[in-house]
Design a protein around this ligand. Sequence first.
Ligand code: RP5
Length: 180
Amino acid sequence: MQPSSAVSEKTPAPFTPTATGKPLVGIVMGSTSDWPVMEAAARLLDEFGIATERRALSAHRTPDAALEWGRGAGQRGLKVIIAAAGGAAHLAGVMAAVTPLPVLGVPMESASLKGLDSLLSMVQMPGGIPVATFSIGKPGAINSALFAVAILAQGDERIRKALDDYRAAQSKKVLEAKLP
Ligand code: RP5
């Protein structure tokens, strides 16, 4: 059995948002089972001081509630929607159908087809209703958050500076890394 300290090192503290103010980004996902991946997006946006709305809503299991949430997103003050779903992943497209806000889609890795099903379901939108589709799983979650930051940075100097700092720190970390 592992010592408890080793276990706690691997188990991150529960996500407790610290960003204040009105949520600017909505993170919606098809199932609570998507949260362990999408938590990365929520944590990153929180680090940028950007408050988020986080909901599990399904295009298939809760269609009316999903549509209502998407339709009201702009009025609630959201500027960007990140939508994650797996398998027959229609949630991002459904969001894009009912709001003019930018919708960033994150395909979730699925058990049977490893997320290729999610990716193809999400990326093949008909002309006229765009979904900006990211890579499968955690890299997509992270990049969707950074893309949302980049969108918000266009009208906010504080966010623009924070994004510049983030990228500079990322580059520094790579350049300073020592290999064995
Ligand atoms: C999708 O089905 C969800 O987004 C999730 O990725 C997948 C599996 O959902 P659960 O069966 O785990 O709830 O709608």
